[in-house]
Structures are given as C-alpha cells and as structure tokens.
Design a protein around this ligand. Structure first.
Ligand code: PYC
Length: 406
C-alpha cells in the first residue's frame, strides 16, 4: 500500500514547467506506469517528471484493447518478459491501492488444423521449460472445461486441440490507467492532457534535450516515446527510422449478460478472440486490418466477418445484441515483437511496436523502462527488443503467439 490517502481519483493540475528530468510522450498505461516506477523504484521526484498526452489519458491503445493478460508466448524472450508482467499484475491492486478487477478465467488458444496443433504444442513445451503453466489439451477436456464451445465435427474448422494457459486473465483496462496515473499524481507528478508534441529538440551534438509542444518548448534530461499508433510520427521528429507500420484493429462488445463464458477464447486459425468482461459484455475481436491508415472508422465488413467466426466457435452468442464497436491503432513490427530501449539519439528512448499485445505488457514496460531511464542500463528482459535487432538480423518471432494475422 502506498500510505498516501487516495480520496477520489481526480488528478491534480499543475502549470507546465519549463524543464523536467524526464518527459514521457503518451499518457497511456505504459507512459504512466513508467512515471510511477521512476518515482517508486528509482527515487525520482514526481514533480520533475511530466507525462504529456495529446488527448485524455488512456484514450489510445490503453482504452482500446481486449484486456487480456497472459504469458504463453512462443519465444523464450517473449515468455520471460510477459511472465514478469503477470507477476506484477497479480500484485498491482495492492501496490496501487486500486481494484484492477483481475479475473483469472484461463486462456484457450484453439487449434483447428494439424499445423496449428504443432505450433501450440511447441508453445506449450517452451512455456513449460520456462516455468509457465501451459499445456496442450484435446477435445474431451476442452468440452469439459468450456462447455460453451462448438465441438461439432460438422463445421468448416472443427476444434482439434487447444493450448490451455490457466493463468490467462482479464482485468479492467481503465483501472490500470487510473491506478498508475493517480499514484503518480498523488505524489506530485505532472500529467498534462491536451498537449501535443510538435518536435524533438536536439543540441548541436545531436543529443535530445527536450520537446516542442503546442504550449511551447520543454527541456528534458530524458525523453521517452510511449505513443501506441503514433510512434512513427514521433520517431520522424527525432530523425529515427523504425520498421513500424500502423494498422487498425477493431472490436465490439455485446449487451451485458450474466457470466456464461468459462474461458478466454482465441482461435489461432479464425483469428478471433472472445471473452466476457466483468461487466458481463462479451468482447469480440478479430485480426488486424490488412491496410495501414489513421482512420478510426468502424466497418460493417469487420462486424460481419468477426461475428461469423465467433458464432462458429460459440454459437450461443447468436442471441445477444451488439452494443458498441470501436477501432484502435496497432504499431506492427516485422517480427511481431516490440521495440524498447535506447535509440541512436542520446537521451531519447522508445517503447513501441506493440501490435495487438501492448496492454498486457503495460506493467513490465513501466518497470523496465523506468529501470533503463533510472540506471542508464538496459535491463536484460528488454535487451532482445532493441531497435538495432532488425539491422543485426536478430529477430524475436512472435507472430504465432499473436493470432491476429495470416
Ligand atoms: O495477444 O492476447 C492477445 C490479443 C488478443 C486480442 C488481440 N491480441
């Protein structure tokens, strides 16, 4: 517990200072988490850290995701990283004195083809070697653990097997933003909403010395970019090239109903995911859109396609009404792993390339990025995700564990 009196979750407003030790661009769970851990773990004074958000906090990827947390990745690098996030998630309600509403439902990645079964088996074995609770299960056990699933053999893609990851959970995404944000704010941290960064300032030697904003320049010892979807706009300002492309990802929720879905369901072949939120809505999503755009328009094509796939898997959802639909942005990288750490511009660090799996990493991102900034050393957990890996041909291939792209 913090020892600070929470009261209601209102953020304190401060005038923007001309200079901070650290400026974080992006007021989502990653940016606010980093600010919180800088203060908690590395002795930074909260009033010397600014989080700049061009919209309102949590308006980007943090407010537009499936709220799934899990660590059943494919590569040892990915598994270790997300496993640390799971450890942090489990203690976060107590740490932030804020109810994250974490529901440990268990997570199924369904395999409908032999090749997908092979991939899920490989994931299960690597998970087990690294101490993560995952195993391959087959039709009888699947039907017993999740009776809502369509186990018919008379459909185009019958379910053959599933990667079962008992620790897989959902939690309340807004609570993560509010929890980190309010703890940082209560300690005197500066959260400035409605502030757009218009430039990355450098000195004569090319070192980053601050940012320009629509409210004027700010000096900073370190600048961190944590802007899901907008990374290339920020890195362009810094003069850095990344292999990121931005794709929309859509999702929708049904009307709320009593608890009826026993597990979090992802289909590796149909690229659909289905879970029930604590509010009772069934949350359904699909693969990323194949095109790059900054449009946030929701489409009927997505709705038709993902509804059809979801009903193949859980037919009883056919009775539910759709309540609302939304779109988020995904910074996709060629190997489906993030880009984290230092860049060729001194004092400018990035936390980017989160594709469709950024929310579940918020906690460990905050912790590791704070360690990087606080100590100047890249933590072992994020070293494999360095930007230079693309030039070095040291990719961390996680596409098979994302299930959101063909
Ligand atoms: O990685 O768990 C995931 C996920 C679910 C929906 C999109 N990505």
């Amino acid at each position: 517990m913090s020892g600070l009196l929470r009261g209601r979750t209102f953020f304190k407003k401060y005038d923007m200072k001309k200079s901070y030790d650290v400026v974080i661009i992006g007021g989502g769970a990653h940016g606010l988490g980093t600010a919180y851990y800088l203060v908690k773990n590395h002795g930074f004074k909260a009033e010397n850290i600014a989080v700049l958000e061009m919209n309102y906090i949590g308006a980007g990827g943090s407010g537009r995701n499936t709220t799934i947390v899990r660590s059943n990745y494919r590569t040892p690098e990915g598994i270790r990283f997300y496993e640390r996030s799971m450890e942090l998630w489990r203690g976060l309600s107590a740490d932030l004195d804020f109810n994250m509403m974490m529901s440990n439902l268990g997570h199924f990645t369904l395999a409908h083809t032999d090749s997908s079964v092979r991939v899920q088996r490989e994931r299960a074995e690597t998970n087990k070697l690294l101490g993560v609770d995952s195993r391959l299960i087959f039709r009888d056990e699947i039907a017993e653990l999740c009776p809502e699933l369509n186990m018919s053999m008379d459909i185009p893609y019958p379910i053959e097997a599933a990667l079962y990851h008992p620790p897989g959970s959902v939690l309340r995404h807004d609570a993560v933003v509010w929890g980190y944000g309010s703890q940082f704010s209560m300690r005197g941290g500066h959260i400035h909403q409605g502030i757009k960064v218009t430039g990355i300032r450098k000195d004569g030697s090319g070192k980053c010395i601050g940012v320009d904003t629509n409210q004027g320049p700010i000096d900073a010892g370190v600048v961190m970019s944590a802007v899901a979807g907008w990374t290339t706009q920020v890195t362009d300002m810094a003069g850095i090239r990344t292999p990121i492309t931005n794709h929309p990802l859509q999702a929708f929720v049904t009307e709320p109903v009593k608890p009826l879905l026993h597990k979090i369901i992802v289909s590796a072949n149909l690229h659909t995911y289905i879970s029930q939120t604590d509010r009772g809505e069934i949350l359904i999503g699909s693969e990323i859109e194949p095109y790059t755009t900054y449009s946030m328009r929701s489409t009927n094509t997505f709705l038709e396609h993902s509804t059809a796939n979801a009903l193949d898997v859980v037919p009883l959802l056919a009775r539910l009404k759709i309540q609302r639909q939304w779109t988020g942005y995904c910074d996709m990288t060629p190997d489906f792993s993030p880009i984290m750490g230092k860049t060729e511009v001194d004092n400018f660090v990035i936390d980017a390339g989160w594709g469709t799996w950024g929310f579940k990493a918020s906690a460990v991102c905050g912790e590791t990025m704070a360690e990087l900034i606080g100590t100047g050393r890249t933590p072992d957990l994020i070293e494999p995700f360095r930007l230079s890996r693309f030039a070095e041909e040291m990719l961390v291939p996680e596409k098979a564990a994302a299930s959101v792209s063909h």
